[in-house]
Design a protein. Sequence first.
Length: 151
Amino acid sequence: MKRILVALDDTEASQRVAHFVNDFFGRADYEVIGLNVSPAPVPWIPPVGYGEVYAFPVAPAGAASPDDVKEATSEAEEHAVQTVEEAGLDADEEYAAVGEVVGEITRAAVDHDVDLIVVGSHDKGAFKRFLVGSVSTTLVHEAPRPVLVVR
């Protein structure tokens, strides 16, 4: 049986990916794994004085308590299942990870011994892609498995 890892988030591009996988691969001897990666929480203002301001609800892993990390992971897992369901992907397994997105996708691909990684393209535009980067482009160059990018 072949295994396909489908990386999803809560965007329209992910819904297109889910529908593509359902339509293109169907249920023909494939096991589909839905993955949602939440970025690791990072402070966007250095800690000074009375506290810290974070872009995410918990502090970075180095500064966060184990309970905060567990809570963030639990919320990410719930969000992953919800995202996979809302996208309409007929997945055999859904799970979540918290961390650097490309690293977590490649780790999941190796851990689950998948044959193909499927991701969407958000078409951010050249300037935003230059500033923020592109998960799909980075995966194409760094992933240890074949990558299919759905536009």
